[in-house]
Design a protein. Structure first.
Length: 222
């Protein structure tokens, strides 16, 4: 390839502008211009070898191919992002099941959720605690097989009194052969709105719970 000094001697160097293009990169026109100049000014007794010529073309083709591939991936990413945003917009006012340990009790609906058991258990219980961490109710679900186990809390405490609406913490305790193990919770929540973020992707704004990534949704309800 021609070096910088040779390009300058041939008068091919372009004057520098106040906002030069990316240094170290050649577009297609500049590459062809250099190739033609190299052919015209090469030593007739030492012509360019075919291998050298093909090597230069391969270099340019590789760079050009990578740029085309990057553009294709960019278009694909935009298309997938648009599809994801469209799907998320259809979830507004619907309930979703997401990994949370805090749920919202309302006046007209129970607090619902689920536990995903990796294996069967001899006893499964859901402990409901208030904002101060005080146990207000323990739901005994008994023996359960592996898989998704759903539950609902009607909002009543252990004495049968109605608890005020708000956020409550939940814990799932699995007991097998006398060994207690805490199992991750899934909470059912209503989608208020959708946020399209550049970095975090599509986010769902859950009623009383804040943001949750669309990718975290396990189940979609009514």
């Amino acid at each position: 390839m021609l070096d910088v000094n040779t390009i300058t001697e041939l008068g091919l160097a372009r004057p520098q502008t106040t906002a030069p293009q990316s240094q170290g990169r050649l577009n297609q026109d500049a590459f062809l211009e250099l190739m033609i100049a190299q052919f015209r000014n090469q030593d007739p007794f030492k012509p360019m070898e075919n291998g050298d010529f093909l090597g230069q073309l391969a270099q340019f083709g590789t760079v050009s191919g990578i740029e085309d591939l990057q553009q294709s991936f960019g278009s694909l990413a935009n298309s997938l992002y648009s599809d994801q945003a469209l799907q998320a917009s259809g979830l507004i006012d619907r309930s979703v099941l997401v990994p949370r340990d805090v749920g919202v009790l309302s006046n007209n609906a129970p607090l619902a959720g689920a536990v995903e058991l990796p294996s069967s258990t001899g006893s499964l219980a859901i402990q409901v605690k208030d904002a101060n961490g005080v146990l207000v109710r323990r739901l005994e679900l008994g023996t359960q097989d592996a898989g998704l186990v759903r539950f609902e809390w009607d909002g009543l405490n252990a004495s049968g009194e109605r608890m005020p609406p708000g956020n409550y913490q939940l814990e799932a305790i699995s007991a097998t052969a006398g060994v207690n193990e805490q199992v991750p919770m899934l909470i059912e929540a209503r989608v208020d709105s959708v946020t399209l973020g550049n970095v975090g992707g599509v986010l769902l704004n859950l009623e009383g719970l804040g943001e949750q990534a669309l990718a975290d949704v396990r189940r979609i309800g009514a």
